[in-house]
Design a protein around this ligand. Sequence first.
Ligand code: HEM
Length: 188
Amino acid sequence: MVALKDFKNDQEVAEHMKQTGRKYVIFEGSVYDVTDYIGVHPGGTDKIEPYVGKSIDEPFDEAEHSRSARNLFRDLDKVGIIYGNDAGIVDNAKISSNPNIKGLDGTILESKIKLDYSKGLFWQLLTLEGLNWDDYIQFINEPKHLVNPVREIRLFDNPILEYGVCTPWYYIPIAYLPPIIYCYYLGA
Ligand code: HEM
């Protein structure tokens, strides 16, 4: 998975577009590569072009796109996330700490546990007052990839600890198979 870039504002998005020669739009706090999509947009190729490098939140809503149009963002390449709000694109602090804002397919996270999704979740959860089992189960069953802006959820703020969380699947057989085979051999 390619690491998402943190953009402070739309100027930084424009600079990155110059470097890569690609076309991006900003949608609900995330930056998407629309270079290949512009030409196949059902609403017309001229519609997205004026918003390249800018937020399409308003025009997208005004065109009353369907739910499946929203879902299309999952297939677009997500380049990064806007972390700053100085360009007035999106009040990121407000959005990332407000899980009630609709996710990409319109999903609202309804769990009573409200965390700040721009920060590590582990300590927030651990230090949460009045946490009970039912709320916790509801919380862990919610689709966190639909948090708005859709972002990489992290467990720890510390990058070293966080690195330990992201285990590729093949580490599991590499770590577990040799001791299992050895124990089997000893017991045989
Ligand atoms: C990457 C961003 C965009 C995606 C993925 C997208 C996707 C789509 C899709 C799938 C449709 C077909 C109808 C539907 O399912 O709602 C559509 C129609 C449309 N889009 Fe977009 N759109 C994007 C950006 C925009 C923007 C920025 C505008 C306006 C400035 C716009 C204006 C329209 C219009 C006017 C239609 C209606 C066409 C018709 O009904 O004849 N779209 N779009």
